[in-house]
Design a binder for this molecule. Structure first.
Ligand code: ARG
Length: 609
């Protein structure tokens, strides 16, 4: 059963058609004036323009036709020709019963499912995740779930950054500071293989922790900026690693494993999980054949010792700001650098080869790259190269960018000391705040210490995720832990609190053997709750189309608010049996939809607080 908005849209379209005006203009939307109507159609205005008639006349004729519809309790014309529709209580009751009976709480599935890959998270070797990875993880996880829930076949892939220049930098830095490791690496390189007899010696690599790597990397990256010799050495090492030189490869395996462990811990703490934990390095054997293929297609061009693919389309330009502030039209986009002059594969090379790998492993219809907006140019270049080479069809690759998470000073979020905050520390900080908030509200007092911790973790994740997802991804937002962790206002904890209220009501009802029964809508708070529930499918479809989980976040908040008002206005267990039964059904439907919607945002709910 479709939602009321769709059903009424069809009725209004039929009335338009019967009046001989274009039915495609008969759009029905939730009313701007909920005090006057539930839905409205402004179509008569556009239709009037198109057929050269008076809009009020069209609206009046359409309204006359709609008046017989039993689903409507009133049809009125307002202003220059708006049609205001009020839904009959019986129709609302029917819809509520349908939503309550539906395991999907009123959400439809796509008629034609697609095969979709969501590339998100994007963690890198040797670095713990920092707040910059937060948005990629949160938004990507939600998109993956929304797409899957709508019926698509979806794979989430972490696309671990483990094969670029950073690896060469790190190898150089480790060998310079760890003589025993350097010696082992050289020896393995010289012998060209790792044998059973080497197993014992490899133990020295295990002394290398993520903290060591994390400390070595930034100064090495800094040094490479000014020190040409060091930079060239790191480039050479990158190329040698990529050709799988035994010693470098063994060292790199340690980098990869030690990082992956920490990353998985952070991702799990956030409720983020991947179907594929593939990395840049996984396409290593595809790069050679791919380069040959690009060459055979005459797409590769030599450029000062490097090999590139030009992706600009006849002399495109874009305004570019120069150092002195003047703006000039500059050629755009840059070519894709496929093979560096040292012979190594670049970030874009592995991205291009990954498209081939994904095509082979999972014949996708769509790949969504959920990555910082600042990488937009990179993706434009890679996508164009992929289309040129025939590795994907135009439009199958989409970059879904996002803005930054800023501190209360409006600048990218930093620690008090001015450093970049590790994700793990942010999660712990938020958890601590959640504990504090729970105590403040005298919540979680009757549960075991373990359960309290679990509740605090859920409150923390809800705070972090909802703070992010309530904004359109393209805009940057200010991270204000005090505000986001509050149980009041538009926050994750508020939503969890409402869910827990429904759960405890239903537990009490079960204890009193009160049973749900058919919904009979009467009170205005009941009407509003049903109308809020009815909007789920439209919100999901819109979030899906626009790749914008904030639309679903907004819907979830509205349902929670409508529930909260209903709870305040309508006695439930004290009401007479039929009314109590009806309201228990409404509560059950609300709970199911809230839990589904929150799950699609990546937020898990506790059973009590
Ligand atoms: N590891 C990259 C970074 O930290 C993000 C990876 C995004 N995905 C991709 N297919 N390039 O910048």
């Amino acid at each position: 059963m479709s939602d009321l908005k769709t059903a009424l849209g069809e009725a209004v379209a039929a009335a338009f058609a019967a009046e001989g005006v274009p039915a495609d203009l008969a759009r029905v939307t939730p009313s701007d004036r909920p005090d006057l109507a539930d839905f409205q159609s402004n179509g008569a205005l556009a239709a009037a323009k198109r057929v050269g008639k008076n809009p009020r006349e069209i609206a009046t004729a359409v309204a006359e036709r709609l008046k017989g519809d039993p689903r409507l309790s009133s049809v009125e014309i307002a202003g220059p020709g708006f049609i205001n529709l009020k839904v009959a209580d019986a129709a609302l009751s029917d819809r509520a019963n349908a939503v309550a009976a539906d395991p999907r709480a009123g959400a439809e599935t796509m008629a034609v499912p697609r095969r979709v890959i969501v590339d998100y998270g994007g963690p890198n070797v040797a670095k713990e995740m920092h707040v910059g990875h937060l948005r990629a993880s949160i938004i990507g996880e939600s998109l993956k779930r929304i797409y899957r829930f709508r019926g698509d076949e979806v794979i989430g892939d972490a696309h671990f950054g483990d094969w670029g220049f950073q690896m060469g930098l790190l190898i150089a830095a480790v060998c310079d500071t760890h003589p025993a490791i350097a010696e082992l690496v050289e020896d393995l390189n010289a012998r060209g293989e790792v044998t059973e007899a080497d197993k014992g010696r490899l133990a020295v690599l295990a002394t290398l922790g993520l903290d060591d790597l994390g400390a070595l990397y930034p100064p090495a990256a800094e040094r490479a900026k000014g020190d040409v010799e060091f930079r060239n050495r790191a480039r050479r090492l990158t190329a040698e690693l990529q050709s799988k030189k035994a010693g470098y490869y063994a060292l790199w395996e340690r980098f990869r494993d030690v990082t992956r462990e920490a990353l998985i811990r952070d991702f799990h703490a956030l409720g983020v999980d991947f179907d594929w934990w593939k990395g840049e390095s996984d396409v290593e054997d595809l790069i050679g054949p791919m380069v040959a293929d690009l060459d055979a297609k005459a797409l590769l061009v030599d450029d000062q010792g490097a090999r590139i693919v030009r992706v600009d389309r006849n002399g495109e330009t874009r305004p570019k700001k120069l150092a002195d502030g003047t703006v000039v039209e500059a050629p755009w986009p840059d070519p894709l650098l496929v093979v560096s002059s040292e012979g190594s594969a670049m970030y874009g090379t592995t991205d291009l080869a990954t498209i081939l790998d994904r095509r082979r492993a999972f014949d996708f219809d769509l790949v969504i790259y959920c990555v910082d907006q600042r990488q937009a140019d990179h993706f434009e270049i890679v996508f164009r190269a992929a289309y040129l080479a025939g590795y994907a069809d135009e439009g199958q690759l989409i970059h879904v960018g996002f803005g930054t998470m800023n501190g209360t000073d409006g600048k990218p979020f930093k620690t008090r000391a001015g450093g970049v905050l590790k994700l793990n520390d942010l999660i712990e900080m938020t958890r601590e705040k959640a504990r504090e908030r729970l105590h403040e509200q005298s919540l979680g007092e009757d549960v075991s210490a373990d359960e309290f911790e679990e509740i605090a973790s859920k409150v923390a994740v809800a705070a972090l995720k909802f703070a992010d997802l309530q904004n359109f991804r393209g805009t940057s937002y200010i991270f204000d832990l005090d505000r986001f962790s509050s149980f009041e206002g538009k926050t994750g904890p508020y939503l969890l609190y409402q869910v827990v209220r429904v759960k405890s009501l239903l537990r009490r009802a079960a204890g009193e053997a009160a049973r749900p029964g058919p919904v009979i809508v009467g009170e205005s708070a009941e009407r509003d709750l049903v109308l809020a529930l009815d909007a789920f499918d439209a919100a999901l479809a819109d979030a899906y189309d626009k790749k914008a989980p904030n639309i679903l976040a907004e819907h979830t908040y509205r349902v929670a608010q409508a529930w909260s008002k209903f709870w305040a206005a309508c006695p439930i267990l004290q009401a007479e049996p039929a009314v109590c039964a009806s309201r228990l059904t409404l509560a059950t439907a609300t709970l199911r939809q809230l839990e589904l919607a929150l799950d699609l945002l990546g937020i898990a709910t506790p059973d009590r607080m």
